[in-house]
Design a protein around this ligand. Sequence first.
Ligand SMILES: [Cu+2]
Length: 719
Amino acid sequence: MPGWSVEGATELASNNERQLATNNVEDDKLITDAKQANRMTAFQRALAILAAIVVVCGLGISLGVRSVRCHMFGAHCSSSPQFASGRYDWSGYGVSSGDCARGDVNFEIEARIATYELPGSGAAHTQFGAPWAASETASMYTRTWVGKSGPFCHGGLTDLRHPTPYDGTAGPLGPCLNVNPGQVITIHVANKMDGGMTTFGQRPVSNEDYYSAAANISGLDDIRVPSTASPDTPLSSGWFGTLPASPSDLTVTNVQDIPGRDVSFDDVNLHFHGLQVVPHLFYPQGTSDPDAPWITIKPAAEDASASTFCYVLTVPDDHPKGTFFYHIHRHGSAAMQGWQGMLGMLIVGDNATAGSPQMDLAAHGIFLELPFLIWEWTTDSAGGLRTNSGAYFEDQFANGGGDLQLFPVNNEFQPTYALPLNATVHVRLVCAQTTTGSALWIQSEATGQLVPFYAFASDGISYDRAYPKSMVVIGPGQREGLLLQFTTPGTYRVMQGILNDFQGYGYTGIGPDVPNRTDQLLASFTVAATGASPAVPVDLSTLTFTPGMGTGVAAEISPDEITTQWGVRFEVQSDVTKMPSPQFVINDQEFDVKRIVREVPARGSAQWTLTSNMNYFHPFHIHVNPFVVKQQVSGFLPGGATFRHAVFNTNLEPTNMWRDTIFIPPLGSVTIWQHFGNNRNNSWIGKTVFHCHFLDHEDQGMIAAFMITGGDQAHSDGG
Ligand SMILES: [Cu+2]
């Protein structure tokens, strides 16, 4: 692997921007410092005991509720019925939709192939290359989710007193799913994508494809590693090794899972991103078998017995209420299906759930809500998804896969939303981009002035109040609960800087204070006084929210609890003797479905130090349990003052924020603390994963399986 030096980093500063002095990631100073700061006074201890008593009483009440629900389902009631063994007996392949529908809420969705258009998406798009002249409107075949039955939530700008359900038929995005804490949710999935590979003109990737790419390395320059951290320094290292004599001599490193070769893009499964539910990627649900395979739902023409699957998930009573989403997580096809919009919003807590953001906001007369799901739609100039070359590999995805990389919001390109003057709208921001991240800000079209807004939740977990921001920086998988308010009539532009732009040559910077930048319009708000306009806007600085992870000691991780430390280094290696090429590795290893990289005890806590060893950022996501963000450092982060301030200051407010996804800055690291349990009541166990949420990185090896183990096997399905 080529070396580099952070000495060359040009953009170091004070505050949180400590230079990354070492790549030794097993650093326990943070824990020691925290332990010293954590010495409690006698009075604080008494308060903690009091809080614990309150928690125990609360638990008793909620267990009572669970017992009632347990009886509804008949057998298998144990001391912890929520996690009772046997609850998931009806999960699996081939279960009929009727037999699956035995939860409190039951969804039925189908994977289909359809054609959609995005009006306006063809014109004047200049983010990559020349404007697209082929058409004013991009249309394409796409793989998509369509809802057949279920309590769907709304899909557009909505007054929650009059919601309109969205079932996924009106565009590429899947239906909006809604579940409440304490409910058992079933999702019956049917794969109706027979012949999709043929329809899209896709063929398996071959050794010859990788060989010819490696022989023509300039096509892969986008992912080379510079010798220093400066964007101005020419690349002097990157590809290494000597091309072997024949394509058949390439070493295959990502065994069993090379996208398009070992995995068909017509295979599906589902991940419920951020939900604190039983591990559900490997078969059977909740399995603790280290060799367990991916759940893989096949088109009926390929395997009728595996063409349907019933997911059964119990959402804990004390689950955070907020914005989540679902997407495909079959290793090898996740990116392709992400580019096609095979994902959707998942909202925990309905409009009548105490402690939900909807209820907290309704108390202040705020009923307007807007899903704001940003994704990538990758097309070529013929107007279809870039598939004509037939094979999938990294070389084709330098710009997301096609000659155009569009960023729809919901199912529209550059949508415009009309808002009443002085009204407040709750924006459920989801970054479902596949290969990029976004910096977002709002500017007045008339004056160019930045319009501040507030954030009260991250990754579906509410804080206790809202914090002012002028920009949010968000990577794939991350969500933010935002509150927008406009007190002057006019048009306002939501602007997007593509984070990846700082990662290669030609970096021009991100943000409103950077000249010659490549930022683009994402959406607009038109604001006018209407009959729905409040006389005065709500004072957002005074709002309070129900904290998603509770309050007091139960919602915190004490440094005394941390029993293990874990260093994780994300890296792209570029050895031309191997395929896939390049190699997306975690601690020098590509994914192997049968390799458990670590076992962690249920209800234990760990400190993770996550490192990106190159001038790339990587979004880290871990399944089942969220974590607390403790520290972030970067040796290299160019950009305008607004962007840097957002990354290093406002993005980290409040301190000790809970998240399930965090981006690791280029040549930087993030320290997180994680508790492997749902609050303090229960824990899920089983085989699960952490990975880079750039789904093409994940597909090509940047993912690892780990096992949550414990004596309380009955608390999970333990297949
Ligand atoms: Cu990555």
